[in-house]
Design a protein around this ligand. Structure first.
Ligand SMILES: N[C@@H](CCC(=O)N[C@@H](CS)C(=O)NCC(=O)O)C(=O)O
Length: 237
């Protein structure tokens, strides 16, 4: 590899996992640094991301230790921007197709996943809204999935799949464990709704994505469950 690439991440963050997935699928050499979001190193905001959030990638510059980042590397934040950057860095990985129409479809899928699945799932988990918007989002995404195809777009794993998969892995957890700030039982109820024939195409896609080796490699389900248990102790009965 010509330039160094370091991923600053928080292991349980779905946004960080998008980048881990893309790196794994592209087989991209990189280093990682786990940022403790509850006790951030003082240099993180000043030297890596003034907003203080992960994921961030540093690219290029001298080969320094991740806890002593160089001002000479480029810092790239925002998970969907990093996904595109990695697809550009690895044009032969298939993370973005070469065909302009398929590229547009990947970008549209990412936009839809971010607007309609990511946001509504977080709002439901935090008890801020019902799961109705998740179901609407899933209906929208399901329309984009083509029957007989394994991936979000085309015949290859792309950054569209990497973008949505962390949300799918967390949907599985909340529907199987009922963990979240929503009223007790609502996670299970959402799970029952998703088992119906209406969402069969979407659920087959979910199953395929959760079976990917890259997903298994980057997802520690037990740790996410433990994290949810500690965060969501106060519940509406
Ligand atoms: N829109 C951003 C969201 C990133 C984000 O919210 N990251 C969270 C972790 S899940 C974070 O770093 N939070 C720490 C903080 O806000 O202090 C992206 O897609 O990268």
């Amino acid at each position: 590899m010509s330039e160094q690439l370091t991923l600053y991440l928080y292991k349980l963050s779905p946004y960080s996992q998008k980048i881990e997935l893309a790196l794994a699928e592209a087989n991209a050499p990189h280093r990682t640094y786990q940022v403790d979001l509850f006790n951030k190193p003082e240099w993180f905001a000043s030297k890596v991301n003034p907003v203080g959030k992960v994921p961030v990638v540093t690219y290029g510059g001298p080969n320094v230790e991740p806890d002593d980042p160089s001002p000479l590397s480029t810092k790239i934040a925002e998970s969907n921007v990093i996904l595109e950057f990695l697809a550009d860095l690895y044009p032969d990985s298939g993370l973005l197709p070469k065909d302009p129409v398929l590229r547009a479809k990947v970008r549209f899928f990412i936009d839809a996943s971010t607007k309609h699945i990511e946001g509504s799932s977080l709002a439901f988990i935090l008890g801020k809204e019902s799961y109705d918007n998740i179901l609407k989002g899933i209906e929208f995404i399901q329309e984009l999935l083509e029957e007989g195809r394994d991936f979000a777009v085309g015949d290859h794993y792309t950054i569209a799949d990497a973008c949505i998969s962390p949300s799918l892995a967390r949907l599985k957890i909340i529907t199987e464990t009922d963990l979240g700030k929503f009223p007790v039982g609502m996670g299970y109820k959402l799970g029952e709704e998703l088992k119906g024939p209406k969402f069969a195409k979407f659920m087959k896609y979910v199953h395929r994505m959760l079976e990917r080796p890259s997903l298994k490699q980057t997802h520690d389900e037990e740790s996410v469950i433990t994290f949810f248990k500690t965060r969501f102790t106060e519940r509406v009965q």
